[in-house]
Design a protein around this ligand. Structure first.
Ligand code: C2E
Ligand code: MG
Ligand code: MG
Length: 418
């Protein structure tokens, strides 16, 4: 049944009908009358209309559907129904408002609530600690207010298997996979920046166009076909690297490998032979391994990873900080690089807890004598902060998005010129 508004709401909505449709409606819920008044004044100063509720129960009873664009400024700590219960309620509704979350408690409570809202697929405009910063609130109400990432910390990028097993087999058999290359920028103390690249696989589907790994990697893994994909990826990556080398470009490459790859005892020999055949040095390749995937067959993966390191291949622990045994894996396995997960990196400028985690990862990497790379760097402020903290390299949309090999060469040439 379609949600409806109550009689009280209908009275209120006739007033709203006079508002221009393009402006968002701003709902306010706070049990403290003084705060509610300040919030209403700030909202009205920005030219928006405020709808105030001193009790969450009234909001829940009176507002039973949302139309157009809406913002809800929500206090978390309230008697009877609290902000978390309101978030749970909104998650069940259609077209829920974008949230601005407030709390007088410590920052961890606010970030917990934010993560919960994002996990419910709600959009969070920002969080406010009490006492309130009016300037921050006004920024969050701006039409182009930057909306926080809707990727929950620790979660993989959107999964879905809308592709069929038969099509996937055909793609493996008929070479429908291509690589895109995303630059990693080394923080140079002096002189020009140096770049390497991560190889990211895409499926060039004959009818659907380019398909990203979140739509097929899991299915490949489930079918036991990962070694087939990894072979395709390695062959393409290494022949591209060789091509670049012939053109005078020395580009170190990172290649993602999965659990099933590192349980194959012949992997070190296969890789070193492929590199030797192409006259490439093993130290120009880094294998990126996702930590949670290492937990299965410990002895085999330790054997394979150690022999890869002995042959000179570099190893990176990918998405660091999101698995269950990050520290244990770091302790046991011979990694040479630690790659901090993007869900922490992308928040360091606005979130003290994410910043603390990134700082701790950098110290940990230094203690283990590892290179520390940050992924998910989306703006200059983040890049500068990471360099200041002692991180060695940055990867992310701010440096450049992943791109086909021709675009990568052109991009690199333009960087080296400037
Ligand atoms: P990953 O290895 O952690 O790769 C980073 C992912 O983050 C890539 O997504 C990349 O496009 C994306 N990314 C890079 N910079 C930014 C940024 O600034 N902001 C945001 N929001 N995202 C950014 P992609 O290409 O969709 O790959 C997703 C995952 O699929 C990879 O995560 C990796 O685990 C897996 N994958 C990709 N290629 C391969 C492959 O050849 N073999 C295997 N086994 N797995 C692969
Ligand atoms: Mg990776
Ligand atoms: Mg990663």
């Amino acid at each position: 049944m379609r949600p409806r508004h109550t009689a009280a709401w209908c009275k209120m909505s006739s007033e709203m009908a006079t508002m221009p449709l393009s402006k968002p409606r701003v709902y306010l819920i706070d049990d403290e009358p003084d705060i509610l008044k300040i919030l209403r004044d700030v909202v009205e100063l920005t030219g928006l209309e405020a709808y105030c509720f001193s009790q969450a129960a009234d909001f829940i009873n009176e507002v039973q559907c949302f139309e157009g664009e809406n913002i809800l400024i929500l206090d978390l700590q309230m008697p009877r129904i609290d902000g978390i219960e309101v978030i749970r309620h909104l998650a069940k509704m259609e077209n829920s408002p974008e949230l601005i979350l407030m709390s007088g408690q410590d920052h961890a409570v606010l970030s917990g609530a934010e993560n919960l809202a994002v996990a419910h697929a709600l959009v969070v405009r920002g969080t406010l600690e009490k006492p309130l910063s009016i300037a921050r609130l006004r920024n969050m109400l701006e039409p182009q207010a930057s909306i926080r990432s809707s990727k929950p910390i620790g979660d993989p990028i959107g999964l879905g298997h809308d592709v069929s097993v038969e099509e996937l087999r055909e793609a493996l058999d008929f070479d429908q996979f291509v690589l895109h290359y995303q630059p990693k920028e080394e923080f140079a103390l002096k002189g020009a920046s140096k770049y390497s690249a991560e190889c990211l696989v895409r499926w060039q589907h004959p009818a659907q166009g380019l398909i990203y790994p979140s739509r097929f990697i899991e299915l490949i893994e489930k079918q036991g076909w990962m070694p087939d994909l990894t072979t395709i990826v390695f062959k393409q990556a290494i022949s591209q690297q060789r091509q670049w080398q012939k053109e005078g470009l020395q580009i170190d490459l990172s290649i993602n490998v999965s659990a099933s790859d590192i349980t194959s005892l012949i992997l070190p020999e296969t890789i070193s032979r492929l590199l030797a055949d192409n006259e490439l040095d093993t130290t120009t390749i880094t294998l990126e391994v996702t930590e949670t995937e290492l937990m299965g067959e410990l002895t085999t993966s330790l054997d394979v990873l150690t022999r890869l390191r002995l042959k000179g291949v570099l190893l990176s622990i990918d998405d660091f900080g999101t698995g269950y045994s990050s520290l244990l894996q770091l302790y046991r396995m011979p990694f040479s690089e630690l790659k901090i997960d993007q869900s922490f990196v992308s928040k360091i400028v606005v979130d003290m807890e994410a910043l603390a985690i990134v700082k701790a990862c950098i110290v940990l990497g230094q203690q283990f004598n590892m290179r520390v790379v940050a992924e998910g760097v989306e703006d200059l402020a983040t890049k500068e902060l990471l360099a200041e903290l002692g991180c060695q390299a940055a990867q992310g949309y701010y440096v450049a998005k992943p791109m086909p090999c021709e675009d990568f060469s052109a991009w690199l040439a333009s960087q080296l010129k400037s």
